[in-house]
Design a protein around this ligand. Structure first.
Ligand SMILES: *[C@@H]1O[C@H](CO)[C@@H](O)[C@H](O)[C@H]1NC(C)=O
Ligand SMILES: *[C@@H]1O[C@H](CO)[C@@H](O)[C@H](O)[C@H]1NC(C)=O
Length: 168
């Protein structure tokens, strides 16, 4: 689950948005996703847009993700996030991780300390080849080293219907 977990860590960076990436009955449940803000206007991460390609999350496929937004305050070393991922009512993952360390390990375009101002975070992630059908529900809350909230998001990824396999 490691690669997909990284993806879930990215979603909340764009907490200000709630975008059904593909709005079509034909594709409902086939990897559609959305998210909602549970943070506040004073959180340090204020995202503007998120793009994922391919737009439908596809098991076994590599996806590109681009997140644009604004940091209203510098994000320094020590920032951390608490993430929970559930499949239905079943808790799959409950994890605390170091945001700056993940950015370093991933060599993302945004690195700590994240300066005030516009940012554009670009990365790739790969979903596992096998994803159980169902609706994944997650939440993530980020905090500065001094425990101020910097982001909060809830999200769903809907794999309830049969899903296409990526050609490998
Ligand atoms: C991801 O980005 C790379 C580099 O820009 C590009 O070559 C590739 O086609 C992209 N993949 C998708 C699925 O958009
Ligand atoms: C990290 O990414 C930059 C470009 O964004 C690249 O120049 C550099 O070689 C990468 N470093 C590693 C260790 O992959």
């Amino acid at each position: 689950m490691h690669a997909s977990l990284w993806f879930f860590t990215l979603l909340p960076v764009a907490w200000g948005l709630q975008i059904p990436m593909v709005d079509s009955e034909a594709t409902a449940g086939a990897g559609t996703w959305s998210y909602e803000n549970c943070g506040t206007e004073i959180d340090a991460f204020q995202p503007k847009s998120i793009e994922v390609s391919p737009a439908l999350l596809t098991p076994g496929a590599t996806h590109n993700i681009t997140i644009k937004g604004t940091a209203t305050e510098e994000i320094a070393e020590g920032a951390y996030a608490e993430a929970v991922l559930k499949l239905g009512m079943i808790k799959l993952i409950s994890k605390t991780f170091d945001i700056c360390q993940v950015f370093r390990e991933r060599n993302t375009t945004v690195q700590c300390p994240i300066q005030r101002g516009e940012f554009e975070l670009v990365d790739q992630f790969e979903l596992p080849k096998e994803v159980p059908p169902g609706k994944f529900v997650g939440s993530i809350q980020g905090y500065s080293a001094s425990d101020d909230e910097i982001l909060c998001a809830k999200f769903t990824v809907d794999f309830t219907s049969r899903i296409p396999r990526a050609e490998l």
